[in-house]
Design a protein around this ligand. Structure first.
Ligand code: DAH
Length: 318
């Protein structure tokens, strides 16, 4: 491509001439510039023509067929393409199925939400320090990758509130991916999964909630469990509890070794009101907890960071 090289070097020389404009008398500069521009356009046009001609003649055709015979077994390198479910996806399915067996509907949460669903609809007062605990990320447009699945409570309550008019309850679980601005270590990830539960009816009590949660955990771990609660604080529940289970001995736990599994409580009247449900007439409870923690305990995993690592050796264990 001698011709192309020649044109490119001409272009380079020409570009150098532009610098000389400062030595040209002011009244001749416009004319000087115009001439250089015309020459430059001319060379660029010639380069384009040469390149185009080369394209027509010199490019080898690209082989777009598959690199291996489609009916032969894949080479070892490709065996990962056989694929398998990520452990969190598989366990999330199990979690959801247990709740479905108990009569719950399932609604997936979102990966981008807004200020109203993240805070206001959950009874977080403006400027309240409780907001800091959910310090998460924001997009430039001000949207929020949610820090918990509770962001869906208001939507779920509105979606299902007609159930109450028909004399039925609201019973929904909301699995989803959540994000927090965490210092990442073996037990903290910036990205993880939660499952939220929302239940509303005319007569439900905290006892019903504890019964449902016990039933869920015993089904999930396939054994009887000791449970314990302690007071907690969430703006969207009153009263609020932390729910714990005794670490099963089969999973390496000692007697009295209680682990906090989720937050829960009776839905705050303001949260019901904001979803158009009369808190004088209806009561509800809600809970939310991490899926990663649940799965780590089941499989005895020590480091939560494996889940998002894309480490194939880890994934192949499942
Ligand atoms: N959203 C809370 C968290 O991630 C957990 C939680 C607490 C959810 C109480 C609830 C609830 O639904 O009622 O820290």
């Amino acid at each position: 491509m001698e011709e192309l090289e020649k044109l490119k070097s001409e272009l380079k020389n020409l570009n150098a001439k532009y610098a000389g404009i400062k030595d040209v008398p002011v009244e001749q500069r416009a004319e000087f510039g115009r001439k250089l521009n015309a020459e430059k356009m001319d060379i660029l046009e010639q380069i384009r023509a040469v390149e185009e001609a080369a394209l027509d003649t010199e490019v080898e055709p690209i082989d777009i067929t598959a690199p291996c015979a489609p009916n032969e077994p894949l080479p070892e390198l490709y065996s990962v393409l056989d694929g398998s479910r990520h452990p969190l996806t598989a366990e999330l399915k199990r979690v959801v199925e247990i709740y479905q067996m108990m009569g719950f509907d399932v609604v997936e949460s979102r990966q981008l939400d807004d200020e109203y669903h993240m805070f206001d609809s959950l009874n977080f007062p403006k400027e309240h320090p409780a907001r800091d605990g959910y310090d998460t990320f924001r997009t430039e447009e001000g949207l929020i990758p949610p820090a918990h699945t509770s962001t869906m409570q208001n939507r779920v309550l509105k979606m299902y509130r007609d159930n109450l008019k028909r004399g039925e309850e609201i019973a929904v679980v909301v699995p989803g991916r959540v994000y927090r601005n965490e210092d990442v270590d073996a037990t903290h990830e910036h990205t993880f999964y939660q499952c939220e539960g929302v239940y509303v009816s005319e007569k439900c009590t905290m006892g019903d909630m504890l019964g449902i949660l016990r039933e869920f955990f015993e089904k999930y771990y396939e054994q009887k469990l000791n449970i314990r609660t302690q007071p907690g604080y969430f703006p969207f529940t009153e009263p609020s509890l932390e729910f714990m289970i005794e670490k099963p001995q089969a999973l390496g736990g000692k007697k009295g070794d209680f682990l906090e599994m989720l937050g829960c409580g009776m839905i705050h009247p303001n949260v019901l009101k904001m979803a158009g449900i009369d808190p004088e007439k209806y009561h509800g409870f809600a809970w939310g907890g991490g899926i990663d923690r649940l799965v780590m305990l089941r499989y005895g995993l020590k480091d939560v960071r494996y889940f998002e690592s894309g480490n194939l050796n880890f994934l192949r264990e499942f």
